[in-house]
Design a protein around this ligand. Structure first.
Ligand code: ATP
Ligand code: MG
Length: 163
């Protein structure tokens, strides 16, 4: 597990919850903070309480994503906190002290699709990067981002800017 994998778990949940916008903010220094917020369907109190339980799924999946992510956060000296409002959306904040950043560009490429927009803002050491698919789409006349070649271009862009 690393931060890029945690990003994948959190953002996948956002997309599964029908989010049309997923905002991702990452700060990496001696400590790391990853925030993923969405405008998906949100969770009721009962679901929110159980969300990190091993094997709990509200959608017939394996129910391991948040369990593993929370465990990782705790083991790395940090925490995973979830907030959610039914009908409004969900936000997850992961904090870590001992961590690997992992391959952020690949995780982003995986979650890019045409049903939702992604805003990714990262600060890794002195490097900063911002990717906003709403801008990308409007500037390119609405290209499809689910295309493998376009994902590869975005991946390269993110990698080059974060290295
Ligand atoms: N962003 C979110 N918006 C709405 N509901 C969420 C969100 N994140 C998690 N949940 C709820 O919490 C449950 C548990 O999430 P978790 O990621 O642990 O398991 P899963 O997504 O169901 O399965 P897996 O991640 O193993 O494929 C989800 O099934 C869903 O009901
Ligand atoms: Mg999940």
């Amino acid at each position: 597990m690393d931060l890029s994998f945690a990003l994948l778990e959190l953002a996948s949940n956002s997309l599964d919850a029908g989010a049309t916008l997923v905002k991702i903010r990452l700060r990496v220094g001696r400590r790391a903070c990853l925030k993923v917020s969405d405008n998906g369907r949100g969770m009721d109190d009962e679901t929110l309480k159980r969300a990190c339980e091993e094997g709990f799924s509200g959608k017939g999946s394996s129910g391991l994503g948040l369990y593993k992510t929370a465990k990782y956060a705790n083991q790395s000296g940090g925490s995973l906190k979830l907030r959610s409002k039914i009908g409004k959306g969900t936000s997850a904040i992961l904090k870590a002290r001992q961590f690997e950043t992992g391959d952020m560009a690949s995780s982003l490429a995986v979650i890019l699709d045409d049903e939702s927009d992604i805003v990714f803002k990262a600060r890794i050491g002195l490097k900063r990067i911002k990717l906003d698919t709403r801008r990308l789409r409007s500037e390119t006349g609405g290209i499809s981002l689910s295309d493998a070649r376009k994902k590869a271009v975005i991946k390269k862009y993110v990698n080059e800017n974060l290295k």
